[in-house]
Design a protein around this ligand. Structure first.
Ligand code: 13P
Ligand code: SF4
Length: 356
């Protein structure tokens, strides 16, 4: 019999608007000067900038201009692992920097902000997760990449949303039962897609959990010609209204591929930078979130991703601040499940857009 689900910590996420207001905006000339300074520092420090789709578009553009990379969490890990630079500047949230360090202990990994957390990671503290996993010795432990190194160290597999369904299908074919953490919506989606026997940790993403099915249904009625693209961290009612459910890269690919000129998107709006590149001329609409207007919490933009800005990138390059360090014993154990993720992904044929 499955053990009772743990009572997870209440997450007090900062308001995205407040985070953004902490750093005064730069005028065009100051932004260009700062970008030039960062380019020089990247060269001097033998550093490469690796950015997630959800961060500030100036950082994404700079990563592209300097031979760095903009992608999802799986590809960020792959890129950092194979790039020859000795310093990785990981512009994203903490688990992405930790994954880079787990894979590259010899490299210096710096992040623009050490406060850039993730509600999924925070909802799954290792002190609670490890005893819970110990209560399920008959289950393969599969954790989402959005977790701490200590949680990854207790896992059999790490996955991202781009390969989660495929990995669980693979495990199910081997007759395995699964303990999944920490995102309950993604876990529920995978369980429905695969029919696998899964126990789900009850975590959620503060950004995706805020998308509302009734608001989305109303927006669809207003724009019957639009296709709906949904990240599977969203609630089941929102997923049910989707034309395409997929990881961030899969949603960008769908935006390019679909015939519709108008797309309603239920994920962090930082993704619009790459979606607009992939599908120039198309119209992108944000899926509605809870409490739109004055009371909206994240407004479809992750408050922790919003902590990364150009000023912070320059600061860490200049000072060496915000280095990510992972306890070596934890790192070695976390590497096993993380390397399995990379090996499994490498073994898959080019992933099909629309899968998650
Ligand atoms: P990806 O793995 O698709 O990059 O998503 C990470 C994330 O944090 C989604 O909210
Ligand atoms: Fe975590 Fe959600 Fe932010 Fe992604 S968008 S980093 S899952 S809080």
């Amino acid at each position: 019999m499955a053990a009772t689900l743990p009572k997870i910590p209440v997450i007090h996420a900062p308001q995205t608007a407040e985070v953004l207001a902490r750093t005064p905006p730069l005028d065009a000339a100051a932004r260009e000067r700062l970008k030039a300074r960062i380019k020089r520092l990247l060269r001097e420090q033998d550093a490469v900038l690796i950015a997630h789709y959800y961060v500030d578009r100036d950082i994404q553009a700079l990563a592209e201009e300097t031979g760095g990379y903009v992608s999802d969490s799986l590809d960020m890990a792959r890129f950092g692992h194979t790039h020859p630079a000795t310093t990785l500047i990981v512009a994203g949230v903490r688990f992405m920097g930790e994954t880079a360090k787990i894979l590259n202990p010899e490299k210096r990994v710096l992040m623009p902000s050490l406060d850039a957390e993730c509600s999924l990671d925070l909802s799954c503290p290792a002190e609670q997760f490890i005893p819970f996993a110990d209560q399920h010795p008959d289950r393969v432990v599969v954790v989402y990449s959005n977790t701490s190194a200590a949680v990854k160290a207790r896992a059999d597999y790490v996955v991202t949303s781009s390969i989660a369904v495929k990995l669980v299908e693979h495990l199910k074919r081997q007759g395995k039962k699964i303990l999944w953490a920490p995102d309950k919506h993604l876990g529920d989606y995978i369980r429905n897609a695969t029919g696998a026997d899964m126990v789900l940790w009850p975590g959620s993403c503060v950004v995706h959990d805020a998308f509302k099915a009734d608001g989305l249904a109303a927006l669809k009625r207003e724009h019957p010609d639009a296709a709906v693209l949904v990240h599977p961290e969203s609630p089941a009612g929102v997923i049910a209204l989707a034309d395409v459910v997929g990881s961030t890269t899969q949603l960008i690919e769908a935006a390019r591929r679909l015939p519709q000129q108008k797309l309603i998107v239920a994920t962090d709006n930082g993704i619009f930078y790459k979606m607009q590149q992939a599908a120039p001329g198309k119209i992108f609409l944000e899926a509605p979130t809870a409490g739109r207007g004055a009371t909206c919490q994240s407004c479809a933009h992750c408050p922790w991703m919003a902590m990364d800005n150009l000023q912070a990138v320059a600061h860490v390059l200049e000072t060496g601040a915000n280095e990510i360090l992972v306890d070596e014993a934890v790192r070695v154990r976390a590497l096993v499940a993380t390397q399995r993720m990379l090996d499994f992904a490498a073994g898959l044929k080019h992933s099909t857009a629309g899968d998650a």
